[in-house]
Design a protein around this ligand. Structure first.
Ligand code: PLP
Length: 400
């Protein structure tokens, strides 16, 4: 039998799942690069900086001292304490040790939460544009994602009226991701409070993905819904060391939530992956407790690149950007390019545009369809100013 005919044995769960579009495009870009093509890749979802030296050293010391065995399933106490200090220092949040779990990357914390709280038929509200994995993780847990479309007019943020209209008796979780991947939108305190007001008295949890909390610009700081005392029992804060500390490969994520949710995630993790990597846990302590000036230096560098991309992209006819307030992505609307012909092909949607940019002009971007926004493109500015300049020049030529 051919591999294709065997594929019918795949579970319905997997067959219903979308492949991660971001991984797909960066995979294709890497393949073209390996073939010797001069690709400028703005498709990656990770900082282009190396892991800080003190963090690497802590990892090396962990290996040398033999800290290479299973740890407590939910993370070492030393790291949980460092996470508690971080949440207090940077986010104004108070948690105790039994309200924290360490997992294999932010992704696992989120997947555990959906598995812990969702049953078949439950609904999960996901504002679009959304990070690619939210709807798929909700589906994997048996729930139905309910997508709320936002627009450039509201800076890609969901309004309280939209939230209110999306709620049904089946709503179990609202996903909030601020700063947002892909739009870079950050909900300010007033906006978070207004959304939380809609949830007052309702039995709905808020999964607050704060992965990019330390990468915000122009004095903006995100406001966690867990800061609101009445909401705290309903909020699950997800974060990790991947983006702030350039530690994507180390795989450390964490949750702060009421103890009963942490216990449930611990149970799921104990039967699936067990503890996060022991060496990476030691390195994460060094990241969270060490000198934070490198986080600020890198944030400033990202801010320069953001300003550059915003200024340059907005001068290309047919492209319109909002100014991202956080993360390291810019999410231009390419509505003005749709229906036009480039490279002998009519551009129907963002997938056509991304394919044209990659194949004809060697610029890798991610089509907005992957994020529930078919009239946008996601460009990561986790690249040097030289690379960004080259990418913008190629795009200007592509759409001339
Ligand atoms: N949440 C958001 C919004 C992200 O963009 C990402 C990574 O791209 C993650 C979570 C997952 O992070 P990790 O690499 O720690 O699993």
């Amino acid at each position: 039998m051919s591999a294709e005919s065997f594929e019918r044995f795949l579970s319905r769960r997997v067959r219903n799942m979308q492949e991660s579009q971001t991984m797909k495009i960066s995979g294709l870009a890497k393949k073209m690069q390996a073939e010797g093509k001069d690709i400028v890749s703005l498709s990656a979802g990770e900082p282009d900086f190396p892991t800080p030296e003190n963090v690497c050293q802590a990892g090396i010391e962990a290996i040398r001292s033999g800290f290479t065995r299973y740890t407590a399933n939910g993370g070492i106490p030393e790291l949980k304490k460092a996470i508690i200090r971080k949440l207090s220092r940077d986010n104004g949040l108070d948690y105790v040790e039994n309200e924290i779990i360490v997992s294999n990357g932010g992704k696992q914390t989120l997947a555990n939460t959906f598995l812990a709280l969702c049953d078949e038929g439950d609904e999960v509200i996901v504002p679009a544009p959304y990070w690619v994995s939210f709807p798929e993780m909700a589906r994997l847990a048996g729930a139905t994602p309910v997508i709320v479309e936002t627009s450039i007019e509201t800076g890609y943020k969901m309004t309280p009226e939209q939230l209110s209209a999306a709620i049904t008796p089946k709503t179990r979780i609202l996903v909030l991701n601020s700063p947002s991947n892909p739009s870079g939108a950050v909900y300010n305190e007033a906006e978070v409070r207004a959304l939380m007001k809609v949830l007052e008295g309702k039995e709905i949890f808020v999964l607050s993905d704060e992965m990019y909390d330390m990468i915000c610009y122009g004095g903006v700081r995100p406001f966690s819904p867990a800061r609101i005392p009445e909401m705290k029992p309903w909020v699950i804060v997800s974060n990790g060391t991947s983006k702030s500390y350039s530690m994507t490969g180390w795989r450390i994520g964490y949750l702060a939530a009421p103890k009963w949710i942490i216990d449930a995630c611990d149970k799921i993790q104990s039967q699936t992956t067990s503890n996060a990597n022991s060496i990476a846990q030691k390195a994460a302590v060094a990241a969270l407790d060490g000198d934070q000036s490198i986080v600020e230096e890198r944030r400033l560098e990202f801010e320069k690149r953001r300003d550059f991309m915003f200024r340059e992209l907005n001068t290309i006819p047919g492209i319109e950007c909002t100014l991202p307030e956080g993360a390291f992505y810019i999410f231009p609307s390419i509505k003005g390019l749709l229906g036009k012909s480039f490279g002998g092909k009519v551009m129907k949607d963002s997938a056509d545009i991304a394919e044209y940019l990659l194949k004809d002009h060697y610029v890798a971007t991610v089509p907005g369809d992957a994020f529930g926004a078919p009239e946008n493109l996601r460009l990561s500015y986790a690249a040097s100013i030289e690379e960004l300049t080259e990418a913008v020049n190629r795009m200007r030529k592509a759409f001339a």
